[in-house]
Design a protein around this ligand. Sequence first.
Ligand SMILES: Nc1ncnc2c1ncn2[C@@H]1O[C@H](COP(=O)(O)OP(=O)(O)OP(=O)(O)O)[C@@H](O)[C@H]1O
Ligand SMILES: [Mg+2]
Length: 386
Amino acid sequence: MTPSSGGTDRGQEQGSWRWIISLRACLTMWIPIALISVCHYATMSSHTWLHDVYRRLYYIPIILGAFSYGLKGGLSASLIISLVYAPHAFTHYFVHDPAASIEKFLEMALYNIIGIITGYMAQKERKARFYQEAISARLASTIEEKKLLQDQLIRAGKLKALGELTAGIAHEIKNPLASIQGAAEAIADEIPESSPRRKLVEIQRKEIKRLGETLERFLAFARPNKFFLSEVDLCDLVENVVHLVGPQAAKKSVELIFQCFQTPISVQGDRDQLIQVLVNLVINATEAMPDGGKVHMAIGSYNVGGKTFRVIEVCDEGQGIAKEERERIFDPFHSTKEGGTGLGLSISAKIVEAHGGFMKVREGTDGQGACFSVYLPADAESHSVL
Ligand SMILES: Nc1ncnc2c1ncn2[C@@H]1O[C@H](COP(=O)(O)OP(=O)(O)OP(=O)(O)O)[C@@H](O)[C@H]1O
Ligand SMILES: [Mg+2]
């Protein structure tokens, strides 16, 4: 809960009359007043010093009331004390020394003055504190937004340089690879199916195919695809991804769970590219659970820095990602997997950023697994691909 919302709760508590019978009011004001009064009335008038002590003890619930509930608290406590204390002072006035009673009346007036002043001051201080808390919360969200933007800029710079480098290397490899593939096919034609060397040719073909696919991935990272924007219904999008990757995940005992509770939530985006993002996330989630498990997907709307974002979440029950590792997983070529190119997340982040959005990662709800969130702006104006 943010500090400002904490303030609202207390404000609501103060707004109604229920605070009078709250546990806090009983502990800070009503019970101490009752205890002091009982002791006060039960003490014989000959014990003057004890009466003096009890009279002064009344200031404690007044101050506690003021600090807990502001002006209302301070004044209520002082009025109740005046009411409880008045018969004592009256008795004193008629039976004993009138001069001492006047002093007691003055003390009652002082109770109320102290109640009003401390209550007013505490209320003023609390208002200033809530205001400061609200400003701090706003400041924190602005700083977070700025940091996010900075990170995006740094990554965009890195991606650009890496993109150019990768494009150059991929281009250099592509032509010789095509020649190798041609030669391999020619050799394969000359080796009969029954030959023991046929197996080697199959391995050669498989590896060339794998290299070709990796190269395609590098090129996809290096030159961004063209965007074809349309209205994309997120429920429909996620259901599509579940159909696409579900059977493959099921083979690894991974269940994809998604239920569309919301009324249609849509964004302006490139449907195929957004599918690519979610497929990457689901494949990563599946790979993070080698013994099987569940991938939960959900959609919703959030407000970040006064802007509305549609959010798609992909959470798994895998080994999770260490805090220090989370910073690096969006970096291109960062992979902890054997045979991984480390491009899945950086390509995904690039696509999402081109839509004017951003991606976040956190640990799963029970501290298990990883949760990736894709934030896409609800309005189309933020898109850098438009
Ligand atoms: N759901 C996840 N759980 C745990 N770690 C993850 C998860 N998703 C990503 N990672 C970590 O982030 C790294 C980068 O992921 P990314 O998808 O970019 O590359 P990759 O999966 O290693 O390779 P590629 O996607 O190119 O096959 C992964 O190697 C892995 O360490
Ligand atoms: Mg991946």
